[in-house]
Design a protein. Sequence first.
Length: 262
Amino acid sequence: MNFELLLFCLLVVTGIVSGMDVIYFGKRRAAGTKEPWWIEYPKSFFPVILIVFLLRSFVVEPFKIPSGSMIPTLLVGDFILVNKYTYGIRLPVINVKVIELNSPKRGDVMVFRYPADPTLDYIKRVVGLPGDRVEYRNKMLTINGKPVPRRQIDDYESRERLQFFPRYAENFDGAEHEIILEKDTPGFVGRSMDFSHSENCDYNSGGLVCTVPAGHYFVMGDNRDNSSDSRVWGFVPDENIVGRAFFIWLNLNELGRFGTFR
């Protein structure tokens, strides 16, 4: 269900009823007469829906993490907030950018509409910017011919799988974030579908190399061996961007996860 569209429809309906009561129905109602329910309820709900719609469309939007593709940064069940204006002001519902602000940077955790099915929202980390040459071979990430710095830190303990996995601190332009890799999982990720600008990518037994087209981004999950991302289904076009994730506000399974993340 498209909640944003539903909210917009409710806003329009309650707004029309409220407006018609001001300019027509209210003037013809006898003094002291109670408003009929079909006017009273929309007038009561309209300001609330308007505030929620404006906040959700232009300021912040809540999301829940449904999968483990961003472990260890984000866990299944994390409720997060997404900044809706940092990458530009977009018209709600149709998602058309009307005011240019900032552009995504390498290392940003970004929410976007899945290119193969825009009704679904995905969350991944931005790895490649327009024009970048992204190479991922033997579990090593290289951008424009330069290996992305990383250092091994303490292992990650997976409570779901009851295993430990090698964890690394990866560095994009001085900002570190954590990733995990699995020793026994092949580093090769094969393309599972055709996608726009697929001619920009070359796959072989060692991995892949892609040149990011203009107006697109290359994204990957922090759980590198358990993430369906740009390695599989291609680039994220700018028009699919929803916003930048920046804050964990709740996890019912781990109440101590309140706060920001990288």
